[in-house]
Design a protein around this ligand. Structure first.
Ligand code: COI
Length: 360
């Protein structure tokens, strides 16, 4: 145990909607949340679990003005054996700290962050759904919380963790999605915030996504900010493409988020001996491969949707159909293999899962 946790249980629990319901992503929240405060000179302190509820925000709070905030997202899965397993919690806590560094937010103790995940999921374990494809989504967040209008890193912060029972992220479920290549707006530029999980990146993505939806696409494929040519991300996910037997994904950079699912997929592909390259791939390479018939599969990787096939790609007013608009065999194998590990149905050779045992 790394931190003293104060625990205040709710006196009015909501009926745990968990069981076998599959609520739309991110619409239902559990009974409790976890908070930790930071004040300059005192450091991170007062880790506590309290009833879920609103947090009073002073209108002068820095986060409301300058967006100094970070978050992460991970999942816990209830297996058929009843055991709840968190997927790569440490990797997510470490990424939260990398985002913190970019946003001038004081680092958190990684063990303490992992402990918040375990303790809160344990307390709200009845909320963890068990139907296939469902999970408990954990949303750790840090916001600057000083009442001050000058522009500089804040002197006070709040870490909070909330939980949400979730089903599939996209309305399409795990079916292939239609993606529009975005060649005007950019998500992130070199030297910017793209590698950090910070609200600004998501705010920057909204207009393109809304425009794409109006044109009948689910999300956009982001191109690099300099050449408007190289693939960067797809929607809120990392992108992978299989051309002539080789899986290619853009190398990590300061404009691409280091996805935990991206890393898991690359690890599995290497385990299986699939030719895999982390190298720049341009939209022209993709269009050319489609024309030659060597564009085999394309998918996004992310915590929320896990592995999401791209069935149709809109580019320069035309649609490229990938694998006949159906989920490709490698995409399906990756989805099945990762979810089998997550639900405890398959061995976990890389030690990615962490069981949440009931506290005595
Ligand atoms: C993901 O897990 O793929 C995301 O980043 C989506 C999340 C922001 C809802």
């Amino acid at each position: 145990m790394t931190a003293q946790f104060r625990i205040q249980r709710t006196t009015s629990p909501k009926p745990a909607r968990a069981a076998n319901e599959t609520p739309a992503f991110g619409t239902v929240f559990t009974d409790h949340m976890c908070l930790i405060d930071f004040h300059e000179g005192k450091g991170w302190h007062d880790a506590r679990i309290v009833p879920y509820g609103g947090m009073p925000a002073d209108p002068a709070s820095t986060v409301l003005h300058y967006g100094q905030a970070i978050f992460d997202g991970l999942k816990g899965f209830r297996g058929q054996d009843g055991v709840i397993r968190l997927f790569r919690p440490r990797a997510h806590a470490e990424r939260l700290n990398r985002s913190a560094e970019r946003l001038c937010i004081p680092a958190l103790d990684v063990d303490t962050v992992v402990e918040t995940f375990v303790r809160l999921v344990d307390i709200d374990r009845d909320w963890v759904p068990s139907a296939p494809g469902t999970a408990i989504y954990l949303r750790p967040t840090v916001i600057a919380n000083e009442n001050y209008l000058g522009v500089r890193p804040a002197h006070a912060y709040t870490y909070f963790l909330i939980l949400s029972p979730v089903g599939a992220y996209y309305a399409e479920g795990t079916a292939p999605v239609a993606i529009l290549v975005e060649d005007e707006l950019v998500r992130a530029a070199p030297g910017g915030l793209g590698a950090a999980k910070t609200p600004a990146n998501y705010a920057a993505s909204l207009l393109a996504a809304e425009r794409a939806k109006k044109k009948g696409y689910t999300q956009v494929l982001w191109l690099d900010a300099v050449h408007r040519k190289y693939l960067e991300e797809v929607g809120t996910m990392n992108i992978m493409v299989k051309i002539a037997g080789e899986v290619i994904t853009p190398p990590l950079s300061d404009s691409i988020l280091a996805g935990v699912t991206r890393d898991s997929v690359l690890t599995l592909l290497k385990d299986w001996g699939v030719k895999t390259s982390e190298r720049p791939v341009s939209i022209d390479d993709v269009a050319e491969a489609a024309a030659k018939g060597t564009l085999e599969e394309m998918w996004g990787t992310g915590t929320a949707a896990v592995v999401s096939p791209v069935g149709r790609l809109g580019y320069k007013g035309k649609d490229i159909t990938i694998n006949g608009g159906k989920t490709g065999p490698l995409t399906q194998k990756l989805y099945d293999s990762i979810t089998a590990i997550q639900y405890g149905k398959a061995p976990d050779p890389h030690g990615w899962t962490m069981p949440v045992m009931p506290a005595r």
